[in-house]
Design a protein around this ligand. Structure first.
Ligand code: KG4
Length: 344
């Protein structure tokens, strides 16, 4: 297929977990980004895969319709369709993937498959009309922290990323969510801990930090240490959590930030990189954002942080990633299946 226009309109589709999202971008400039979040999982304290795929089925058409409407373009004006191929929940991925394939075929548009992890990193390149934002220069190091991943990535180009380190068990987001659950906070607990931590003392409780070689992370020991701390204190005082919630949140959050930043700083030093970025749902954490910026100022690094709405799962990052692949003529066939497990 030959494209002559300088204006490439990409429809992005994201359905890897519990957010159904569609976005339209013109090159890297975002025209719309519609996200339907699924509240149904809150009562279960975690994402229920079967309910997630059913909700995606209900949401996908209205969300795409709204994204095109807000972008002010018709589906005939689109140049290509990009979709999340994985990683994610298979039932959820199937909805977005099947929709993207059918939609692209009906309109005779090229299809672009996007790796969800790449997309989180490339969220740092989303441009918005009227918003001045500097973009990372290659190579840069990115700390990708979400509900499913904690990774340090050397980003050599939009399509060439090297994994430097990753969690060997739980992700940082899981540590936030699971510890929040034992304190009786709603799901997902990360944002609640962030809010409560602002009122608490980060030095109130001492929690275990892992000793892992290299650039890998581990969060399962911290989770257990947090659980034992509550168990021991609850024996003495059944209201311990209620009385100490802010201090518990602040201490837990600070420990997670220290673990994340220690390894990341080590990688930045070894790789001698000047440009650094963060991405993923946990990069919405106000404490982590501050720690990251403070580190950058102290060490003379250029830091990039995505806008809050682009840290969570969203289709804007899929559309922009699709644009980068479009420039490299990287299209996919309709026979390409989604993958629940996908490496970076
Ligand atoms: O990137 P994301 O939307 O989904 C995945 O691809 O995993 O990340 C969701 C994760 C959840 O674990 C949630 O608790 C966490 O991001 N999160 C936060 C905050 N906002 C979202 N964690 C800590 N502080 C926050 N403000």
């Amino acid at each position: 297929m030959a494209f002559t226009s300088n204006e490439i309109y990409i429809l992005g589709i994201e359905s890897s977990c519990d957010d159904t999202s569609a976005a339209v971008c013109c090159n890297k400039r975002l025209l719309s980004n519609v996200v339907a979040s699924q509240k149904v999982h809150e009562q279960y304290g975690g994402v229920v895969p079967e309910l997630a795929s059913r909700a995606h089925q209900q949401n996908i058409i209205p969300v795409v319709h709204e994204a095109l409407k807000q972008a002010g373009i018709s589906k005939e004006q689109l140049t290509a369709v990009a979709f999340t191929r994985g990683p994610g929940l298979m039932g959820s991925l199937l909805v977005g993937t099947s929709f993207a394939k059918g939609f692209a075929q009906a309109l005779n548009l090229p299809l672009i498959d996007v790796n969800h992890l790449h997309a989180h990193v490339l969220a740092n390149f989303i441009e918005e009309p009227g918003v001045e934002k500097k973009q990372p220069q290659f190579p840069f190091l990115c700390l990708l922290v979400s509900g499913g991943n904690s990774q340090i990535i050397l980003v050599k180009s939009p399509r060439e990323m090297e994994l430097i380190g990753q969690t060997i068990d739980d992700a940082a987001g899981e540590a936030f969510d699971k510890c929040a659950k034992v304190m009786g906070l709603p799901y997902p607990g990360g944002p609640y801990i962030d809010k409560l931590a602002k009122e608490g003392n980060p030095k109130a409780f001492n929690l275990n930090k892992p000793h892992i070689e290299g650039y890998n992370y581990s969060f399962s020991g911290l989770k257990t240490s947090f659980l034992y701390l509550l168990r021991d204190h609850l024996k003495e005082d059944k209201d311990f959590v209620e009385k100490n919630k802010a201090d518990l949140c602040a201490s837990l959050q600070q420990t997670i930030i220290d673990i994340l930043m220690d390894k990341f700083a080590k990688a930045v030093k070894t790789y001698n990189i000047n440009e650094i970025a963060i991405a993923g749902g946990v990069s919405a954490n106000s404490g982590l954002r501050n720690a990251f910026l403070e580190y950058a100022t102290r060490h003379g690094k250029q830091a990039y942080i995505p806008k809050l709405s682009f840290t969570m799962d969203n289709a804007a990052m899929i559309a922009v990633s699709g644009y980068f692949k479009f420039l490299g003529n990287e299209f996919c066939d309709v026979s390409l299946p989604p993958f629940a497990r996908m490496e970076l």
